[in-house]
Ligand binder design. Sequence first.
Ligand code: CTP
Length: 399
Amino acid sequence: MLTGKRILLIIGGGIAAYKSLDLIRRLRERGAAVTPVLTRAGGEFVTPLSVSALAEEKVHSDLFDLTDEAEMGHIQLSRVADLVVVAPATADLMAKMAQGHADDLASTLLLATDTPVLIAPAMNVRMWDHPATRRNLATLRGDGVRVSGPNEGGMACGEFGPGRMSEPLEIVAAIEAALATGPLSGRRVLVTSGPTHEPIDPVRYIANRSSGAQGTAIAAALRDLGAEVIFVTGPASVPPPPGVTVRRVETAAQMLAEVQAGLPADAAVFAAAVADWRVENAGTSKMKKVEGRLPTLSFAENPDILATVSKMGAGRPGLVVGFAAETDDVIAHATAKRARKGCDWIVANDVSPATGIMGGSENAVTLITADGAESWPRMAKDAVARQLAERIAAALGAG
Ligand code: CTP
């Protein structure tokens, strides 16, 4: 619930602005007060009248509105809220924020505020993928700005890909997560989860049986302790948890790129079952069956994401946690893996078929740290996730 919380909602100029009207309703339903700010471009997409009617508050739009300055100056306006939300956050607004511009009311408020900021980007897929937007996003993340979405899908401009603004209820979940108070409030944790798919050709791929259940539970547990969670997931069979920033990938190479884009982070948990190899001679068109001939696949080694991040030097998260799936000599193998990969902790589990852990709802793990091995009793994957999240909070000296 958001009872008693005040959200300063900046509505930027994008077609997704219509969703912000529903966002206001959802926030009001949950007991939040909404102070709306409409940029000049935002006002081309939704009217001040509909915004103020839904928010039941005056809409602010002009930096030089003398009545406003008499009633409440823009500095004060930037600080009345518990959270500043920018939805839709256009490429232009993100660029202004990253550069520290203050040439209209919205950008001035964003520069003057001492309140946490959450943005819900919305733009054409090429604008989202453009190196300038990528740089701005990294700058904003580095400044502590939280991000909801964008989602992948069809867009008003007729193209397909990432760039659609998060749905109102997804933004509400991100707002609730941003306002959650817990030992990890103000901390950012990156989590990888699920399998990867390595293409053989445009219709075939190599995969593994990871469901993503344990990684998803860990992301939810970290979120519940107040962390901002960047959740980089392969094609998992369980849906990502609400209230986390989801980055969907297919291949190990894409996962590494999204992990690097998601840093810096205070901690990183690598729960994904990453394919060790990819098909080096993957076809760009569908391989045809040829009578009497079998295809030959040649493999190349994938980057080891956990080892890459563990050994990255500057910018390495303070705590790096890897997983190890073992069938025998669990502690010895996992201890060697910790040293080889250079991570701080390894969460080892025995995946021998007799344990029923692989694909099951329970897990029995051994936590390997610099101090040795600690075996936890067998428990539900959710409970393992909560215990791990608490250990991470303690290790970061949070709370
Ligand atoms: N990992 C990774 N990138 C890879 C391979 C693995 O980030 N390309 C991470 C996994 O997310 C996990 C840990 O490394 O945290 C597992 O290491 P891995 O060497 O794959 O161990 P196992 O899966 O246990 O397999 P093996 O025993 O064959 O080494």
